[in-house]
Ligand binder design. Structure first.
Ligand code: PLP
Length: 701
């Protein structure tokens, strides 16, 4: 016989269809309603071996009193058998007088091991004795009976012996009782948590204390009278009492029982289906039972393993799981803080969770988020106007991701070639640079020189051509009569933070102008202050014919991109030519506008220029044989390593240990592009950690 089941997964469900002594006989039907709601199946679904053993009905033909006594005896036998079999029990009672049978049965089973403990959750004290009971009904007496004050003819429980130990019994949620009842329990030393105390201290603290009282012995149980719960959550009871425990709170504390191997069973009584119009009380009762008994869901699996199982394997992420960000810092799920030297590929230039941006985002989300361009919205105009004014462009077309912005630029350039330049139909050509990165759509990877980006994804659209980067003569040579546009990054980011020779972009701009070719600058990564000016093309006073912005435009909160262009270029688009459901939505427009304002008002480009120069100088001063070159502009810095001595990935993982987050690009270049709000001291700290990490790698050989 095992009376302390080691977390037994078996649950014996017992219904008791009695309404004796209750004002309303409707509670008799409580157990049946719970059975009909599929309680057993729900418990099984949650991994509990639950079986509905039986519903006990009062024997027909007997006088009421004899029937209750007999019913309690049968119930006590069933419960005792369950406990002795090492199973948990759940008694789904009609009225609460069934508690007499339930707990005397449990007590009987524990007889040799020690006294039974009980947590009694109820609006009432249920401690009348036959002499003091106003109604004389058993309904008001079960607890007193269990303490030995019952009339055995009435209860069916033999002798006046105590079934419960007063010092291991406590009541929670009481708010309606008579003085005699309280005096009895006080005299016995039973701890009563009246509702005022529950409200003051919170149910969680009280339940934990109650557990300590009820445990500390051979076993304990929980008896819930549903009228303990506030009638807003459990209206379907015979005697609703306002001001009770909220259903949600009780659901929150009951799972503590799952960790108690000495928890023998639970009783839930007083569900009255005739008063439970929308069945909310029945569903709550079922949920309470689930909360108390269903096995704990398996511990959250390692998210990296789950991702491996459910995600596409298109990223090889650094093994850290981030869950919080603030300013330049990120935290992982273990609570470790890191300095973000990656800046989400420049998308987090404003820092994580910038208060102004979060405020605008949440206010706008509450007001209006998405309507599509089928209609106008009241946020887009101001956003586009500000973006044009700041960048010196005439017009702007909103999209979401960077790749969509680039696609938009390519479509505009082709149509411009046919309509304005006069290129023969379907002959337009786009020229881009080797080592470029403009995104991942089919057309864009068609422009890529990176074999992995292309392999397996062809055929690509015709009319795409690449030339060496940083070589304006190559551009001159590549342009023919069908050339529509030259697409270029002022500094190649993913290509390895490649800074072209001084004067390159200006030379390209001149060639494009002379040859009637559009200059399209992809400033998705280099733009918006990253390189120390609002646009990287401004370092050479270049105003491109088309400009693509993304990443930081969303303020680190949303994907927002723009294709900006001269009026003559943008005008090739007619209604229906191009668009996107989400492009220009009011939420994105509000955040984009604020992101631009913050950028200007906080002088982020200027910070980037000053701190970037400082950071470059400090990195260049690091004396490590593992460093081949340090290059960059503003806070857009690449540290190229000696690939035969160490791999980029090893450096990245070592930096992770030093609390520095970043990624390698092209296997050999460690990128440093922190949020532009970073402070000089934080950069100093980063340099120290980088130096230490490199030294360790050097020593490791
Ligand atoms: N263009 C450049 C220069 C980029 O760096 C990127 C992304 O890294 C893109 C385009 C593509 O942007 P997205 O990933 O938002 O599509």
């Amino acid at each position: 016989m095992s009376v302390t089941p080691e977390h037994s997964p078996i649950l014996r469900l017992l219904g008791v269809a009695s309404g004796w002594g209750a004002k309303d006989q409707g509670s008799k039907a409580g157990p049946e309603i719970l059975a009909s709601l599929g309680l057993e199946a729900r418990l099984r679904h949650r991994g509990l071996e639950a079986s509905w053993r039986k519903t006990l009905y009062p024997q027909a033909g007997n006088a009421a009193v004899a029937t209750v006594a007999e019913l309690n005896q049968r119930l006590a036998r069933e419960v005792a058998e369950a406990v002795q079999a090492g199973e948990r029990f759940a008694v789904l009672g009609g009225d609460h007088s069934s508690a007499i049978g339930t707990w005397s049965g449990a007590s009987l089973a524990l007889r040799e091991s020690g006294p039974l403990g009980l947590i009694w959750i109820d609006a009432h004290l249920d401690s009348h004795v036959p002499a003091t009971s106003p109604s004389g009904a058993l309904h008001g007496m079960p607890l007193a009976c269990l303490f030995g004050y019952g009339d055995s003819a009435l209860t069916g429980i033999g002798g006046a012996g105590r079934k419960l130990s007063p010092e291991r019994t406590c009541l929670i949620g009481v708010r309606s009782f008579e003085a005699g009842e309280h005096a009895l329990l006080q005299g016995l030393g039973v701890r009563v948590y009246f509702m005022e105390e529950v409200l003051t201290r919170g149910l969680e603290a009280i339940f934990a204390e109650a557990l300590a009282i009820a445990r500390n012995g051979a076993g304990f149980g929980v008896s819930i009278d549903l009228d303990a719960i506030d009638p807003r959550d459990a209206p379907g009871v015979a005697t609703p009492e306002p001001g009770g425990i909220r259903g949600e709170e009780l659901l929150r504390v009951l799972p503590q029982l799952r960790d108690c191997p000495d928890f023998l069973g639970i009783e839930i009584a007083e569900l009255n289906p005739s008063l439970d119009r929308n069945r909310s009380t029945a569903y709550l009762a079922a949920d309470l039972l689930l909360a108390a008994t269903a096995p704990r869901p398996p511990a959250v699996e390692d998210p990296i393993a789950v991702l491996q199982r459910y995600g596409a394997h298109n990223y090889d992420s650094v093994p850290v799981v981030l869950c919080r960000g603030e300013g330049v810092y990120l935290w992982d799920t273990a609570g470790r803080r890191y300095l973000d030297m990656m800046g989400a590929y420049s998308a987090a230039s404003h820092g994580h969770g910038h208060p102004r941006l979060v405020k605008v985002l949440s206010e706008q989300a509450r007001r209006l988020a998405i309507v599509s361009r089928a209609f106008h919205n009241d946020r887009l105009a101001a956003f586009l106007q500000r973006a044009c004014e700041l960048t010196g462009q005439d017009t702007a077309l909103p999209m979401n991701t960077g790749a969509e912005g680039v696609e938009t630029a390519l479509k505009a350039a082709r149509k411009w070639a046919y309509q304005v330049k006069g290129v023969a139909p379907d002959q337009a050509e786009i020229v881009a640079c080797r080592g470029n990165f403009h995104g991942r759509t089919i057309a864009i990877v068609g422009l890529s020189s990176e074999p992995q980006y292309r392999q397996g994804f062809g055929p690509f659209p015709p009319g795409l051509k690449t030339i060496p980067y940083g070589d304006s003569a190559a551009l001159e040579a590549a342009i023919g009569e069908n050339t529509a546009a030259f697409l270029v990054e002022p500094i190649q980011g993913e290509g390895g933070i490649v800074v072209p020779p001084s004067g390159y972009l200006a030379a390209c701009a001149r060639i494009c102008r002379e040859r009637n070719v559009l200059l399209l600058c992809d400033e998705i990564q280099t733009g918006l202050g990253r390189t120390g000016k609002l646009l990287a093309s401004w370092h050479e006073d270049v105003r491109p014919d088309g400009l693509i912005l993304g990443k930081a435009l969303g303020g680190g909160l949303l994907p927002v991109s723009l294709f900006l262009a001269r009026r003559e270029v943008m005008d090739v688009f007619r209604p229906g030519d191009h668009g996107s459901t989400f492009g220009g939505n009011p939420l994105a427009a509000a955040v984009g506008l604020e992101a631009l304002d913050v950028l200007v008002e906080e002088g982020l480009a200027e910070r980037s220029a000053e701190l970037g120069a400082y950071f470059l100088e400090r990195l260049r001063a690091l004396r490590s044989p593992l460093i081949r070159e340090v290059r960059g502009r503003g806070l857009f810095v690449g540290l190229e390593i000696e690939p035969e001595r160490v791999s980029g990935r090893r450096v990245v993982e070592r930096l992770l240990k030093h609390g520095i987050l970043t990624r390698e690009t092209h296997k050999t270049v460690i990128r440093f592009a922190p949020p532009l709000v970073i402070e000089r001291e934080q950069l100093d700290g980063a340099v120290e950690e980088i130096g230490a990490a490199l030294e360790e790698l050097e020593d490791a050989g």
